[in-house]
Design a protein around this ligand. Structure first.
Ligand code: ATP
Length: 345
């Protein structure tokens, strides 16, 4: 089966001037990323701040141009479009298919536009509808996300955070997308509102056959919504696995570190857990040789300092991990001796 989206050897390097003498420094925000997103699945991208999650989402949506590598989109069997090589003009029709939802709806919604115009804007930009049809599509998109019709003439500040996020989702939905990239879409919301938005996203996925790339630093949320998870560290994908497998039996030491940060009830266990996390995240412009995680890894050996491990299937898959010792090291899962996470049901 061909994936809806395939990312191959994607890299993104940022160059900038720094310091008193304006030296140019380069940051490899993404290094050789390989990923597939199957039609209808929710793939979560997780990792600490600065690991490249947003940059990856933006390169896929071509809000940023990748430095090298490819992003192939297959909307139907036998029809694959190489998004990364298209010009801005060639890309325009495909921008309807791949839409982003952002973390902070207040800063992504123009405060001077009324709800009707906010949701109509993508249709106008893409010249897809006008007059009565435009109105019907806007009202229908707002209906789908639970925003009442009497809200059409109001401004974003008149709404709560959750309602603003619903308007943001309506802006994505109005173009009938195939793939929605949700970048920390519920991170700014209270837990009870998070649950409502996550449930809305689930319903929309089923009703409209959507596929999600769900970027989040919150593993509790990811556990609730994702079918599969890709873990990023310092611009690399270090593990991909079905969600349940990843939480039960992580295969990369960094995934274990992330799982250890999940809230647990027993404070003595909490103290023990943090001992496992050593060191600071290295600076992207000064990436360690060998395995990018070796400076913080409790299993690191000489081989890890010398050779960069490839992302490879572990025991035949479906988990992939970039660790020389993934088959032999004993890592703790999220449920080993902790209460279940994910309280959104
Ligand atoms: N436009 C840019 N110019 C220079 N560096 C950038 C730019 N955008 C991102 N970066 C750098 O690239 C790295 C990855 O950033 P990115 O925002 O993708 O990470 P992230 O995992 O999404 O983090 P967060 O959760 O904090 O948003 C960071 O070191 C960041 O400072």
């Amino acid at each position: 089966m061909t994936a809806l989206l395939e990312v191959e050897n994607l890299t993104k390097t940022f160059s900038m001037r720094s310091g008193m003498f304006g030296d140019t420094i380069t940051l490899d925000a993404l290094v050789d990323i390989n990923l597939k997103v199957e039609k209808g699945e929710t793939l979560a991208i997780v990792g600490e701040s600065g690991c490249g999650k947003t940059t990856l989402g933006r390169c896929i949506a071509r809000a940023l141009d990748p430095t090298s590598g490819s992003v192939s989109y297959t909307p139907e069997p036998g029809k694959t479009i190489e998004l990364s090589s298209l010009s801005k003009r060639e890309l325009k029709p495909w921008r309807q298919d791949i839409r982003m939802i952002f973390q902070d709806p207040m800063s992504s919604l123009n405060p001077y536009m009324r709800v009707f115009d906010l949701v109509a804007e993508p249709l106008r930009i893409h010249k897809l509808a006008r007059g009565a049809e435009l109105e019907q599509r806007v009202v229908s998109a707002l209906d789908k996300v639970g925003i009442p019709r009497d809200a059409l003439q109001r401004f974003p500040h008149a709404f709560s955070g959750g309602q603003r996020q619903r308007i943001g989702i309506a802006r994505a939905l109005v173009l009938d997308p195939k793939l929605v990239i949700a970048d920390e879409a519920v991170s700014a919301l209270d837990v009870s509102i998070q649950a409502q938005i996550l449930n809305l996203l689930e319903d929309l996925k089923t009703d409209f056959g959507l596929t999600y790339l769900f970027i989040s630093h919150d593993l509790g949320v990811v556990n609730y919504i994702a079918d599969r998870v890709a873990v990023m560290y310092l611009g690399h994908v270090v593990e991909t696995a079905p969600t349940e497998a990843l939480f039960e039996r992580p295969r990369h030491p960094y995934t274990e570190v992330l799982l250890e940060a999940l809230p647990i009830a027993d404070p003595t266990r909490r103290a023990q857990r943090h001992e496992a996390v050593k060191g600071e995240i290295p600076f992207l412009g000064n990436r360690p040789k060998g395995c990018p995680f070796h400076t913080r890894c409790r299993f690191a050996e000489d081989k890890c300092r010398a050779e960069k491990p490839e992302l490879r299937p572990i025991n035949g898959g479906p988990t992939y991990a970039a660790c020389h010792f993934a088959e032999t090291i004993e890592l703790k899962g999220a449920y080993d001796d902790a209460p279940a996470t994910g309280t959104y049901a």
